[in-house]
Every structure is written in structure tokens, then in C-alpha cells.
Design a protein around this ligand. Sequence first.
Ligand code: PEP
Ligand code: MG
Length: 557
Amino acid sequence: MSKKALTLIIHGTPISPGLAQGIIHVHRSLLGPIDVPVAIEQENVKEEFTRLDTATARISEELSALATRVEKEIDSRLAQVFGTHQLMLNDSSLREELRNEIVGNLVNASSAVKAVFLRWENRFLLMESQIARDKSDDMRDISRRLRHALAGITTHPLEEIPDGCVLATSRLLPSDTVFLAGRSVSAVLLEYGSTGSHAALFAREMGLPCISGFSDPLTTELQGALALVDADTGIVTIHPREKQIAIFKKKFVEKEHDYKLARSRARGPAVTKDGVTISVLANVGCSDDTKKAMLNGAEGVGLYRLEQAYLGRVEPPDTDELVSEMRQTLDPAKGSPVYVRLLDVGSDKPLPFAGFLAESNPSLGRRGIRFLREYPELLKTQLRAVLELASEFDARILVPMVTLPDDVSVVREQLAQLCTRLRITSPPKLGAMIETPAAALAAQEIVKHADFLSFGTNDLTQFVFAADRENAAVERYYRDASEVIFRLLQLTHDDVPDVPLSLCGELAGRPEHISSLLQCGIRTFSIAAPLIPIVKETIRNSWCSAPPDTLPLRQRY
Ligand code: PEP
Ligand code: MG
């Protein structure tokens, strides 16, 4: 009789929720073929330059097509990644370095690509932040693309993975994530990847359960083993017993049922058990995001991240270009409220034309409104564009990264001046993003200039806990659902009880915290499109006031 393998339970960090069952497929060769440098003669140098240029031009075209496809089919933020790859690939200093490598070391184009990109990758890897680590993934991804093009390889390294498997691998490069979009992988287990990484972003958009932080997901003993992946809790049960499978299946069926019910009711209003109607809006970056959101029951756009209109441009857009971009993005939400956030650059959102923003501590530097105050023309262009848009849309304005009350009053003044000039009598409502502890604690002063407040808990958490939201090394300090954050929300609400409060950070999309958020006075939630049905359904089962069974006993009689 064959011996049954022992059940193994491993814990990781959930980076994309969901439940899945499948056979583990350990994948090792994501990192590309390991080849030795190929020497060439001096007379072949020109030929290698030409091969490199041809491959670069081909890849550049491929990347631009890929960016368009990903924006349409998956997510605008992931599409930006490929737009950036294209910019990197065509960077003149990088091209120069590649040519120097070929002539200097007399190696072929492929070997030069490998050596140069590896140097860049390692430079980024030495840096602490997740942004730099993502850049190192980007370098590895472009390098692999280029080397495959030079070698005439047209298949993707993940081609061999079986349908329905639980993929276990070290890390996912951006192109791997897009490749997986067309496959039926049931879950992914990673060694590296924080909640802010590209891999996490992709997995959440695709509804693919994903857990990271396994010290060695590549252990071959796990190859072929049955796994129950609970990416809601980060627990994976390998070689489960019958009883564990049955419990897991029950949980799975219950979740499926809840989700189906939520989808069927997604277009209806989200009214709490005590009769309060809550607005559920969407976070968007491009028109496809808005389309998906409206189909999923969004009641408008709660956060339009304007950065999309600026990224990948050599010059910032003028008013007309901006209006046309905004109109296109927001069109599916016409007739519903749309909140346009002014450009929030700096830190994790760098701009190609603002290279001067290099700062030693960018998260604490010229971000959001700080940057716009320094470049008032950029601010004016955006306000003019929103004013123009307001004749067609129910538009409102959000000011990002407010710290001081005058971060809002300067925008209010600019807006008033423009309205006078354009003879507009009712300007759009103006709101402050509460993303710094100073802003939360100064709400009473800020609302003298703002009509509403919107909590950006992604940033608020990083400043409250002094933990970079992109840095996996300090992830355990980044606690966006901790009591500390809820206290700050409650305190702000108590300070300005009559001011409309919304929340557009990731926390707004986590059903288990909806009830606490409602009790802290949040009345508008803005979240990613796929989360809308389940968040609405959760609101319908929650209370705005404290639920009756938590009241003191004497009040119940
Ligand atoms: C936030 O900080 O919570 C937020 C919504 O803004 P972003 O994630 O774009 O910085
Ligand atoms: Mg923010």
C-alpha cells in the first residue's frame, strides 16, 4: 500500500484574494536561458549593431501594441508598465551603453543585452523601494524580450504550464502576467511580490488568487501535489485530507453563491440595514476602467487618476488635449458624479517630462499639490479643463496630498479667478484628499476651503506608520486596516461631523472593514471595478450606527 504524503500547511502574504484548488506546477525557468557570452570579430560589429536596431524596432512596436491591448482588456495601470518599457528601450543612454558593450568587449548583440540589462537590474535591486524593485523586473523583462527577438524565439517561457494548475514560481514579470491573462491558472504562489507590486495589481484585476512570501515555492517535492489555496487568509494546504477538502469546498460554494447574488443586485442601491444610502463609486484611469465599473454597478467615478493623461508624454497636455482625454475616460459615467483628482505626481508616480523631480526622499517631497503649487500653469490647465468638462458632466475636483489648509485655499482662489473670467456662476465642488496625518488633524481648518473630504488611506497609512507603501521590507508596518487608522478616521469625523466623507484607498474595497468604515462616518466608497458588487452587498448587510446586538442590554428591552 502506498503511503499517503503528510499534509503540509504553509502561510504567506495574501496579495490577491480568492479561493482555488489545483495541482501545483513548479516553474523555474522564468528567468530566461543562461547563456555564455558569444565573442565576435571586429568586422562583425556593424552587423550586430544592425541586428540590435532591428530587434529594438520590432520590440518597440510590439510593446506599443501590447500597451493598447492591455489597456482595453486588463487594466490601465498595467498598460502603463508596457508604455514605460517602450520608453526605457528607446532611451538613448541605454542604447549607447549596448553599442559600447558590443564594440568594447567584442560580443554579439544578445550577450551585450544580457550584460547591460543585468547591470541595470542589479542597480535597481540594491535599492530598497518596491518602485526600484519593479524597475529591476522591468529590466529583466525587456532584456528577455530583446534576447528572444534576437534569437528568433517566439514562444513564451510559461507556454508549458498545464491548465487549471496552481503556479508556484519565484516572481512574475509584467509580460508573464499578461501571458497568464489568457490561461486558466487557478492560483499563483510567489516567492517575491508585495501588495503594491505589478504582479499583485495584475492578479487583483484578473481575480486570480495570489499569495507571496513563500521562502521557496520552487521545491520540487511540491510538484504535482494537490493544494488548497486560501488567498483570503494566505494559507495553503498541501496534500489535504478528505475532511479538509470538504470544508474548503463548502467555503468555496458559499463564496460563489454570495458573489453571484452580489452581481445580480449590483445595479441596485447600497442601503444599510438602518436605511442609509451609501454611494459606491469607482476608481478609474481610462475609459475602459469606467466602462467596466459602470457595468458592475458603479454610481459614478469617485477617483479619476489623471496621471494617465500625463504619463508617457514628452510635453504635458494643453487644455484641449486634456479635456478630450477626460471626456473620453468619463463618458461611460455621464449623468453620474465624477471626481477628477488633480495631477498627483512624484514618488510612486514619476513623470517622463519632470525628471527634475529626483529627490532623495520622494514620498516626503514635492508630491501632488506641492508640485502643482510650484508649477501653477499645470494647475491652471487642469482647472480650466475641469471647468470646461463641467458643462457636460457632474464634475467635482479633488486636491491630492493636502498637508496644509492653504494647499486647498490656493486651488479655491485659482478656481474662483477662472470662474470669474469665464463667467461661471456655480463652480464645481472642491474636495481635499486626506492622505497625511497633518491634514486629518487639521480637518476643521481645511473644510473652511473644501466642500468635502476624501481619505486616501494608501498614502495616509504610509505616513502614519512611516512605512513606504511600495517597500516589501517594511510591509509588516504598513497596516491600513489597523485601529490606529480607524481612530484617525473617527477623530476627523468627530471634528467635522457635517462634512461629507469619502474613502478611495484600497481599504474601501475590503468587505471585512466596511462596517467599521461606515461607523467612522464614511458615506461614499470609491473602489476598483471588480469589487463593486461585493462591497455593495456588504453595505446592505451592515449598519451605519452601532448594530443592535452591540448596544448595552438595558437598551434592548
Ligand atoms: C490613496 O493614497 O489612498 C489614493 C487613493 O491615492 P493613490 O493610491 O493614487 O496615491
Ligand atoms: Mg494617494
